[in-house]
Design a protein around this ligand. Structure first.
Ligand code: FES
Ligand SMILES: [Fe+2]
Length: 444
């Protein structure tokens, strides 16, 4: 049983909190490479409750530094990004991407001590269109995350950012909660709405699946399974990967190369990042009726408000709590369980509706929530072990371990155990990076 103290531990991401410390052990997706142009105005970046500034210097290097100028604290957001550094507009002190002060031009040269002043800076690296920050304390940062789609060249991926206004784990829990699909997304879909050969029909033929859950070296995983005709089982199989990644089963297993990060901006705002292998993306299965609820690519759901310079002003969706996510009650009566268009928006609506941080003491969890409870426990144990004994966080030093993680849906002979079925599918995966490893799973 989880306690009030557990809930508090799960909630905090700021410096010094147990969960914040755990997350800071890993590289964190900070923003898109395309959000930073050389010598362009600096970007306000809220990450793990810290107010930071990201900028790209004249040579193309990215800096992520505390927004406060170490002279007297003026915000470097107002700074001039010029010729190899960011210059504070208050007294002209200038900093490079490592935070090193380069000039203090308001001080007579014989009194200047630029070499002794450094803005707090985090290491930043770019890979495949994503800027990662390392906010931990190790002298040598660990390797970058090695989740399968993150290793693909940028041109082969589709990258999506979207802000969600709630706690990061509350948002993430939607990704590892398989039984909601047959309600929130497909609640009015009937098996006969699918073509006979569409395996997704099993999810709506039986809306209370059995779920196997296991701890893994990289986090947790589940296999939801459904009867799928004589001698067969249909699986939806997904992962949680430390510290805030998921791999979800939104397509046929062997070509479904996707991952999603739920990056805490602060305790109540989350930046969602999805990276998917373009060539593996399958068209949405056509159903007899045009069900708005079913369309993952519904155009409205990633319609953004213009970005603002606010700390929380990036990648906000135009359908949001202020307009009830565009709910159409007529559609809800006729053809859509929610009346809200698009899978992402449906998830956004329900998880934000739980409040900025859900009151977990209020919940009544059922067997269908097994993956959620297992994942909370895995996170809590890792955060406590780090805080109490300094134990290494899972996969931080060998992120390649999670190359045995892959998600998707498939039909397999019912005589196989779910682990055997998973291993067989993994062996037959498209494996576009060539990096996949066979799984080594902990006991259930
Ligand atoms: S406060 Fe930045 S230069 Fe003085
Ligand atoms: Fe969902």
């Amino acid at each position: 049983m989880a306690s009030e103290q557990d809930y508090e531990t799960l909630a905090g991401v700021g410096p010094g909190t147990a969960m914040g410390r755990l997350i800071r052990e890993y590289w964190i997706p900070a923003c898109g490479s395309a959000e930073l142009a050389a010598d362009a105005p600096p970007l306000r970046l809220m990450l793990l409750g810290e107010k930071l500034i990201a900028f790209r210097d004249s040579a193309g290097r990215v800096g992520i530094i505390d927004h406060r100028c170490p002279h007297r604290g003026a915000s470097l957001f107002f700074g001039r990004n010029e010729e190899g550094g960011l210059r504070c507009v208050y007294h002209g002190w200038k900093y490079d991407v490592t935070g090193q002060c380069l000039e203090m031009p308001n001080v007579p040269p014989q009194h200047a001590f630029a070499d002794k002043v450094k803005a707090r800076a985090y290491r930043a690296v770019e890979r495949a269109g994503v800027v990662y920050a390392y906010m931990g304390e190790r002298r040598e940062a660990p390797p970058l995350p090695a989740i399968e789609p993150l290793l693909l060249p940028e041109a082969e991926t589709r990258i999506t950012w979207a802000q969600r206004e709630c706690h990061w784990l509350q948002a993430l829990e939607g990704d590892i909660d398989t039984s909601h699909v047959a309600f929130l997304h497909d609640g009015l879909v009937k098996p006969e709405d699918y073509p006979p050969d569409a395996i997704q029909r099993y999810v709506v033929a039986n809306r209370n699946p059995d779920i196997h859950v296991a701890d893994t070296e990289w986090g947790t995983m589940y296999a939801g399974h459904w009867p799928a005709g004589p001698g067969n089982a249909y699986y939806r199989l997904a992962h949680f990967i430390f510290p805030f990644w998921t791999m979800i089963p939104n397509g046929p297993f062997q070509r479904n190369v996707v991952t999603r990060a739920w990056v805490p901006m602060d305790d109540t705002h989350t930046m969602f990042l999805a990276v998917a292998w373009k060539a593996g993306t399958t068209p949405i299965v056509t159903r007899k009726q045009n069900l708005p609820a079913a369309d993952a690519a519904a155009p409205a759901q990633f319609d953004y408000l213009p970005n603002t310079t606010d700390w929380l002003g990036r990648w906000r969706l135009s359908a949001n709590a202020t307009n009830d996510y565009g709910i159409d009650r007529e559609a809800q009566r006729q053809r859509s369980f929610t009346g809200i268009e698009g899978i992402h928006l449906q998830d956004q609506a329900v998880t934000e509706s739980m409040g900025p941080i859900v009151d977990r003491g209020f919940e009544n969890l059922a067997i269908s929530d097994l993956m959620v409870t297992r994942t909370r426990r895995r996170l809590l144990n890792a955060a406590r072990a780090l805080a109490e004994t300094g134990a290494k966080p899972p996969i931080v030093d060998d992120p390649g371990i999670c190359l045995a993680a892959h998600s998707g849906n498939f039909v397999a002979p019912a005589r196989l155990t779910w682990r055997e079925a998973y291993a067989a599918e993994l062996r037959n995966s498209a494996n576009p990076t060539g990096a996949l490893r066979l799984p080594a799973l902990a006991a259930e």
